[in-house]
Write a protein that binds this ligand. Structure first.
Ligand code: ADP
Ligand code: MG
Length: 476
């Protein structure tokens, strides 16, 4: 049978190759190859990816040739069959969807397209003609583009760097381009906009947007399925790689490692990397130093909270696009009250539009106030008892352990009582649970603390000041 012959021939080749290259190289580059068929003197082998094929051609072509000629004679021919995430075909480029995390990763669900060797190239049977371009779905959202990314002082640097990168991916010193900033300030939007613009200008470039969570999931799957190499090769083929929320790599040693290698490969080959993060590289925790240093190679551009003018423009632009008219006064009211987050700014508009059309209510200032209030309330910072203890100890310049200690020193007792009071006021924890978390006290002690703080606030001006200042620190 074909298959058996192929296997036998290939095994003979392997035993020769094995003796002549390093064990690690053999394991990496030859073990994954599968012999598929033997027709006459033509052996077809299946390789996991295009990258793999290119690597073989570049580094092992001689030894492959010697081995094949030894086993099959002078007329030996080698045909590669690239099994992979993408389909190569001399006729047609297929589109392959990236998997969601619960499906099998795409680099292992490839479609096999045999690549016939060009008969005219008999003198070099190892050449594969006509490998055509890859088509990987970019996962880009066309609604996130530069046109609707409103410019303001808060984002000018990041936005122009993004435009520069999109004009010349891999060709600027902004590589990687790291966009960082708080929640809802437009990191994801800007990252997509760059990708969308590259696709527009350079349709032949392979652009891929991926969230760090999905990247981690794919990596874990690849380890499980023994396809780690394919995973790496797949990412090494991308021209413009956009990885969103890289802070999630924190503490993930394996994924950081693999990302480091992918990053290096892309960077060395002049490919563009775009990253987003909720913090600047200096503030990233549990991240390997060598990876952090790579993050800082290019440009780190911050997205800040938009100023009032920009907030107004964002609102007006959104209304214009939705074809909705709204009184100036209301737009101004929203822009004045929602400051820290563009997503919330949009959220208020969406609620307004929904409420007024569903309930046939006009856009009124009253409605705007109601909705804005709801948003402000929902996003109030949630504080933990831990956090309260930290803030209170810091305020009184003592350690948390001192605050929790059994001492009866007046200033320490006071700090502890304030921590209990704020825990009662700002969390949903029960008196008992507060007591056990703040120095193993019982619920009666916490109750007593709350009463004492209330009394002192009324009678002691200095104490009232403490409460006011701490309230600010804890809730703003
Ligand atoms: P992040 O990724 O930083 O959390 P997003 O990119 O998801 O934020 O942005 C949140 C929302 O705000 C998105 O709908 C986005 O379109 C919008 N947005 C953010 N910045 C701008 C801007 N400068 N102009 C227009 N829309 C913006
Ligand atoms: Mg985001």
């Amino acid at each position: 049978m074909d298959n058996n012959d192929a296997l036998q021939v290939w095994n003979e080749c392997l035993s020769f190759i094995k003796d002549n290259i390093k064990p690690q190289a053999f394991k990496t580059w030859f073990v994954p190859i599968k012999p598929i068929k033997l027709v006459g003197n033509s052996l077809t082998i299946q390789v996991p990816s295009r990258f793999f094929y290119e690597w073989l051609e570049e580094h092992y072509i001689k030894i492959l040739r010697v081995a094949l000629v030894k086993v099959l004679g002078e007329d030996a021919k080698l045909i590669y069959d690239v099994k992979m995430e993408n389909t190569y075909s001399s006729k047609k480029a297929h589109t392959v969807k990236i998997p969601s995390s619960n499906r099998k990763p795409l680099y292992s669900q490839g479609i096999t397209v045999p690549l016939d060797i060009d008969k005219r190239e008999l003198r070099n049977p190892f050449v594969i003609p006509g490998i055509q371009k890859v088509k990987i779905e970019s996962q880009l959202n066309p609604n996130y583009n530069f046109d609707n990314f409103i410019e303001g002082d808060s984002n000018r640097l990041a936005r122009s760097a993004g435009i520069a990168v999109a004009n010349k991916p891999g060709g600027t010193s902004f590589n990687p381009l790291l966009i960082y900033g708080g929640v809802g300030l437009g990191k994801t939007h800007l990252a997509h906009a760059i990708g969308v613009s590259v696709k527009d200008k350079y349709p032949e470039k392979t652009v891929l947007y991926i969230s760090t969570e999905l990247f981690i999931q794919q990596y874990i799957d690849s380890v499980k399925n023994n396809t780690r190499n394919d995973f790496i090769h797949f990412y090494q083929m991308i021209d413009v790689l956009i990885v969103d929320d890289v802070q999630f790599l924190s503490g993930k040693k394996g994924t950081q490692d693999v990302f480091f290698h992918i990053f290096n490969h892309l960077h060395q080959n002049g490919k563009q990397v775009i990253l987003t993060s909720d913090k600047a590289p200096v503030d990233m925790q549990d991240m390997e130093q060598r990876l952090l240093s790579r993050f800082k190679w290019g440009l780190s551009a911050e997205l800040q909270a938009p100023d009032y003018e920009t907030r107004i423009s964002i609102l007006q632009n959104k209304l214009y696009r939705d074809g909705v008219e709204m009184p100036e006064e209301i737009i101004e009211y929203i822009a004045k009250n929602i400051k820290a987050n563009v997503r919330e700014l949009e959220g208020v508009l969406i609620s307004m539009i929904a409420q007024s059309s569903f309930n046939k209510r006009e856009f009124t200032l009253h409605l705007a106030k109601q909705i804005v209030n709801k948003f402000i309330k929902n996003t109030k910072k949630e504080v933990s008892i831990d956090y309260i203890q930290k803030v209170v100890s810091k305020y009184f310049e003592m350690d948390v352990s001192t605050l929790q200690s059994k001492t009866r020193k007046r200033d320490i007792v006071q700090a502890r009582q304030l921590a209990m009071y704020f825990a009662k006021r700002l969390t949903k924890a029960s008196l008992a649970s507060i007591g056990s978390q703040i120095g193993s006290r019982d619920h009666a002690t916490v109750l007593h603390a709350c009463k004492t703080v209330n009394n002192l606030t009324e009678t002691d001006r200095q104490f009232r000041l403490y409460v006011e200042e701490l309230t600010k620190k804890l809730t703003m």
